[in-house]
Every structure is written in structure tokens, then in C-alpha cells.
Ligand binder design. Sequence first.
Ligand code: AMP
Ligand code: GLY
Length: 443
Amino acid sequence: MKVLIIGSGGREHALAWKLAGSEQVERVYVAPGNGGTALEEKCENVPAGLGDPASEAGQEALAGFVRQAGIGLTVVGPEVPLAEGIVDRFRAVGLAIVGPDKKAARLEASKVFSKAFMNKYGVRAAGSRDFIDPAKALDHAKDHFSGPAPAPLVIKADGLAAGKGVVIAADLAEAETCLSSFMKDGALGAAGSSVVLEEFLEGKEVSVLAAVSVRPGSKGVIKPFVSARDHKRRFDGAQGPNTGGMGSIAPVPDFTAAAQKDFETAILQTTLKGMEAEGMDYRGFIFFGLMVKNDRCSLLEYNVRLGDPETQAVLPLSDFDFAGLCAAILDNTLEKFPLTWKAGAVCAPVAVADGYPGAYRKGDPIAVNEAALAKTGARLFIAGAEKVTDTVLRSSGGRVLAVSAWGADADQAWARAYEALGAVSFEGMAYRKDIGRESTSSP
Ligand code: AMP
Ligand code: GLY
């Protein structure tokens, strides 16, 4: 079978690698892909000019390509094409595609919709209210900050904002600035015209990715993957600005069996019941962003796709055929599909370009000491680099690559990952040294 992956980041490189490893898969196309997917065995990139997967015309062009190339399965990486109806458009012409339809994608694309869903079906989450009127939102913030020792207030833009839609306001002045920028100045366009104001939760964040097979009129299934954690802040010790993710680990050592059980009861099962009751067509992946304290989980957000960079840590632990999993999601046999996991742990720190997450340098060749890398058993997942020749890549994005290293336990995975990073270099390369060890001092 031939497969198409939509997207261009590290998550898509990990998906391409995993799907290419399937005996059922003869060729993997990636639209538009990156330098890593261009060089991966059995993989090739589809020219970006073929079509933007986030636009109607682009989706139609991609559907045409899929039919013409005889591709039997499409997997969508990022959220925007899903929110823009790529699944609906492909299915309307009989193409097999993994992902939620446009309506179900609102679980990520609209925070107002997603919070209403959580409330309606009793999915445990932070208390919140939503506002379309900036004056009323500001009044709510004033009330919130009027008490003694108020907690921060979490402000979430309703729509998709590429990671810029959540602000944790420490005081009223910050809340006022944020509300004006979102709701009055249109800093995020239409995405900020409504907001959710949410209670601040303390704890440790955990990401649970899962396979979902829910269709109107039949019993649905959600099967969780091993737990993962994204380290979002730029600097060691969780300091500095938020980023798209400075590295990930799987599984999460502090996500105990009790926490897992609580997640399944309070969040996963309630979500599944809600999806069934809403008559959703959701045959794809979901990401539960959790805050966990004393083994009690609350849901911060749904993403209607696999996480990036969590996928780069989770997929190397998977011991099942990913093309088989996609088929099971689509043909209603997910219940019987065994999700088996390798023992051990993966640590996957990300190397970023100098300046990231601000303006960053680009165009630097990436040197890899293949022999030293091979000794660690780690693999590279490219996020922001383009192919120059069959052996040379050049940085083109802020997050350039992740090394994904397996170890018998979290400590060994960590040691191997950093040894592997030592085998990679490019001008201005920077990374965190405490991925998976955030609470301890860096080495
Ligand atoms: P979201 O897009 O909803 O996951 O928010 C992005 C990030 O903001 C999360 O990964 C958390 O770090 C933080 N966050 C979101 N909601 C809350 C909350 N209610 N309490 C504390 N932190 C939050
Ligand atoms: N790692 C968080 C995300 O994929 O949005």
C-alpha cells in the first residue's frame, strides 16, 4: 500500500519513519514534508506547490494526487487541515483518511466548543466561563483579581492561534492587556474574538495520545498510548518563554498507575460517551493535555491529532504496525487491535536554532557524526531542515531536529539522548539539558 502523510514537522518525520517500517507499506509520500522525510528510506516529498492542505483548492489537488498515485491511506499531522475539512473532502470522494471530520475537529479548533463539551459530558477540567463581549470579560477578570491573594487567570482565545492563544495572567494589568490585544486589537484575528477565562490549575503536565474510532450509530473506542511529556519552556528548569516544545519523554515516570486509572475514568470514558452522544465521526488520533496533581487528572485541552514533539518519543516505543492501526481505526476494529509497547523509555531533546523562539538563524548545514550517533542507537527526527544533497541538510526552522533515544530506563534513555546530541552540530545549535529531568538541576 502507498501512504500519504500531511505535514512538515518532526511529528511527520516520525510518522513517515514508522509507516515506512511497515511491511504493508511500499511507499510513503509526505506533503510537503521536510529534509528528513526526503532522505528517509521508502519516503518522498510531494512538491509544496501541489496544494496547501489547509485550503479547499489545495485539499482537492491533494485528493487528485492521491487518486492518481493510487495511495490507499492518508494520515494528517497538523490541526489546521483537519479544522478546514480535509477529512470531509477526502471521504466525500471515497478516499481513506485518518482524522476527525471538520465538526469533530472543533474539539481543538474552538476552545468555547471544547469547554462546553467537557461541561456537558462531565469531563473533569478547570472551571471556566466564555465571553464574546470584551467589557464583560474584563469585569470577570476584575472580580477574579479583587479577592485576597488571587491565583493567576488563564485566558484562552477561542480559535486556533498556533500556540499563541493561551496567556496566564498573573494580575489584572496583564489580563487587561491580553484581553485588549485578543478581543479589541484583533492580534489573533477572528481566533481571539471570543475567549475562555479559566481557573489556573497547579500540577505536572502529561500528554496522553490515543487512537479513536467513533462513528455515528455504533459503539466507539478510544485506546490510549503510553504517556508522554512535552517540555515547553525554552530554558533549563522550565524557565523562559514558551516554545513549540524543547523535547519530550515517554513514558512519564510520575504518571502512576493510579493517575492512569483516574484519567481513564474521569477523562477518557467521559470523552468517549460525549463523542457517541454527539454522533461524532471521529476516526483518528486525539491528544489529551492533562494537569495531574496527587494522581488526580484534569483536562487542559484536546488536540485532534498527535502531539509534536510527543510523537517523536512515543512512536519509537510502539511495537505494532502503524498502518495496521490506521486500518483498524477506519474499519471499526480498533477494539481488537493490540497496542503493544516496548519496555524501557525514550528521551527526545530538540535542537533549536540560535534565537528561537524569537527571530532565529537559518541556512546552517547540519553535521552528523554517523558512527557516534549509531553507537547510541538514537535516531534523528528532522523538524526544520531542508535537503541540500543526498547527505546534507540545512536548517530552515526554529526547531531543527530531535534526537530520539531509547534506553532500558529513563536514566539510560536520557544519557543516550545527550550522547547522541553530541554527534550533531550546526552553527548556533542550542538545546535544553534537562529533558525528562526538569525538576532536578541540569548536568
Ligand atoms: P492549552 O492550549 O489549553 O493546552 O494551553 C497551553 C498551555 O497553557 C498548557 O500546556 C499549560 O501549560 C497552560 N495551561 C492551559 N490551561 C491551564 C490551566 N487551566 N491552568 C494552568 N495552566 C494552564
Ligand atoms: N505538544 C503539544 C502539541 O502538540 O500541541
